[in-house]
Design a protein around this ligand. Structure first.
Ligand code: RNT
Ligand code: ZN
Length: 419
């Protein structure tokens, strides 16, 4: 750590302390927060099972930046590189198609052993793991329906896949000694206006009931359900809508997953947290950045990200919220995409912790909205960067844009050598 970093930090600390903000305490809290970094930014959501299948399900990755991971070993190397540039100990979020096996195994027959290399690696790295069934990019999902499919045989396949996925998630949780969240997202929906909106939802409900029938120890495993407004090819109607999963999750004690890109363009997930938290047993976030649509751009430190951080910190929701990332950009260096999005998510939490929340709440309660606005604005130019730099240095990761040189060197030495 350079003397300059320390000096800047000490001065910033004094300024924050004048408003009763305990900076050291904030950094200690920050260190405890785990971000679930999604593996699929590393290879454009391709995975290793069925690599010949095109990406379907109404999601899309654009760009052809060189260096996408082709094997589990490459993906793990890339993840390690990214984590070495991000402060803290975190989690990796896997999808079923990232099974690391030479066997030709169908999704409904997957077992924990097909993920043993991931578990061994996570143990060695001190990382947690989260999981997702992959209900897309498959022959049996090509007409756009999975768990709500009218054909009971196709439904059966996807139900069995989701059941198998929960077993894998529970294995992760047991082996790693930290709770694994398995998140169910399905693409089911209609491109054009449907006649029957109800029956597919009834079928989805029944499928979910069967998937979740087996109780799993919440210390090792939690289920989450992810809603969506529309997708490419399901513009008119999505079976698993927000209302559907709000209802399902609250009634059945499932984590409700809010993806930042899954709502109307001006609708934010930050605004929903305080309501949901009063009724849901827990929340999963898919922090993403929609641009005009659910485009899954790399997360930047914009107003919405900062508001998410503020809502979590001010309302003390970090205990019941699992923070995951969900973006995929193939037009830039993929390791850099992870580093930028993850560092920003951590930054948003730190910034929120460095706001004079007690003073602001008091002003609001007393009806002093002038003070509320004045302080919120002035704090935007408080020396947050000095605290962030100190935190990075203390945690042994590069300060400011120094990480970029490491990514460039890695690109030259490793990524560009991939075919
Ligand atoms: C799709 C959902 C879902 C996926 C990942 C790959 O719109 O956001 O979370 O992005 O499961
Ligand atoms: Zn998502």
């Amino acid at each position: 750590m350079t003397q300059q970093i320390e000096k800047n930090y000490e001065e910033a600390k004094k300024l924050y302390e004048q408003h009763g903000i305990d900076v050291e305490q904030a950094l200690k809290r920050l260190e405890q927060i785990k971000i679930s970094m999604h593996c699929w930014q590393g290879d454009d959501v391709r995975g290793f099972l069925n690599r010949d299948q095109e990406l379907t399900g109404g999601i899309s990755v654009t760009g052809s930046y060189p260096g996408a991971a082709r094997t589990a070993a490459e993906l793990r190397a890339d993840l390690e590189k990214a984590f070495s540039l991000i402060p803290g100990k975190h989690k990796v979020n896997l999808h079923a198609i990232y099974a690391d096996t030479d066997e030709r195994v169908e999704l409904d027959r997957l077992e924990p052993r097909h993920f043993q290399s991931w578990v061994d690696w996570a143990k060695a790295q001190g990382l947690g793991l989260d999981f997702n069934p992959t209900c897309f990019s498959h022959e049996k999902s090509k007409d756009g329906f999975t768990l709500s499919h009218p054909d009971p045989e196709i439904r059966r396949f996807w139900i069995d896949h989701c059941k198998a996925s929960r077993k894998i998630g529970a294995y992760f949780g047991e082996q790693l000694g930290q709770t694994c969240v398995t998140n169910v997202w399905i693409p089911d929906g209609f491109k054009d206006i449907p006649v029957d909106r109800m029956s597919p939802r009834q079928r989805l409900k029944d499928s979910l009931d069967e998937i979740f029938a087996e109780e799993l120890d919440p210390k090792v495993h939690l289920d989450a359900v992810e809603s969506k407004l529309f997708g490419l090819g399901s513009e008119a109607y999505v079976v698993g809508s927000h209302e559907f999963y709000m209802g399902y999750g609250i009634r059945n004690n499932k984590l409700i997953c809010l993806d930042a890109g899954h709502f109307h363009p001006t609708e934010t997930i930050s605004g929903k947290l305080s309501s949901l938290a009063l009724f849901a047993s827990g929340i999963l976030l898919h922090v993403s950045r929609p641009m005009r649509w659910d485009s899954d751009h790399v997360v930047i430190l914009d107003d919405e990200l900062m508001d998410i951080g503020r809502e979590l910190v001010r309302n003390d929701l970090l205990g019941k919220t699992h923070i995951g990332l969900d973006f995929f950009d193939a037009s830039i260096n993929r390791v850099a995409a992870w580093v930028i999005g993850t560092r920003n998510t951590i930054k948003s939490l730190l910034r929120a912790m460095l706001e004079p929340v007690e003073t602001l709440k008091k002003a609001e309660l007393e009806g002093d909205y002038t003070t509320r606005l004045a302080l919120m604005e002035e704090f935007k130019s408080y020396p947050f960067g000095a605290v962030w730099d100190y935190y990075c240095a203390k945690m042994g990761v590069p300060v400011r844009e120094q990480w970029l040189e490491e990514v460039k060197a890695y690109e030259k030495a490793v990524l560009l050598k991939r075919g």
